[in-house]
Design a binder for this molecule. Sequence first.
Ligand code: ZN
Length: 166
Amino acid sequence: MQRRIINRADLDTLTKADLIVLSADSPGITELVNAHCVTTGQVWLNVCYVNDIAVWGPLVIPGVTGCWACQRLTARDSSGNTELDILVSRINSRYQSPSHGSTNMPAAALASLDVLKYLGGFGSVQSLNRKVGLWTHELRLDEQSSPRNPECPASGSMRASSKSSV
Ligand SMILES: [Zn+2]
């Protein structure tokens, strides 16, 4: 099922699923979904692109793996400088996303493979405790490690997922 998520109230309407796949590009949506999923014990996987890099992960299993907030996976935080934040916001509002099939398709395919492995209980899920990127123009893999952090700010109200084996 595909759902449009705008705010926290939209997340509260979601029923528990075996796994949620997030493929969204709104500022702050990843942090919002992560907080919801960690709080409710919902397994979820991020899939996206960064310029020409097909990105998937981390596959978050609350209480078992690292989550989006365990490590610093993006640099979206406010600078604390209001004038700079306004300028950055203006620049970003005019930014045209360079999304195209040659990057999106590998991201979707590799994320889908991890979903199948996790739900089917076979093979090695590549996005556990890491965010993986395929640089499509160089055919090179890169990763950002995201192990579980006991000091994670999102883990305060964590409920473990019912399917804890990976
Ligand atoms: Zn965390």
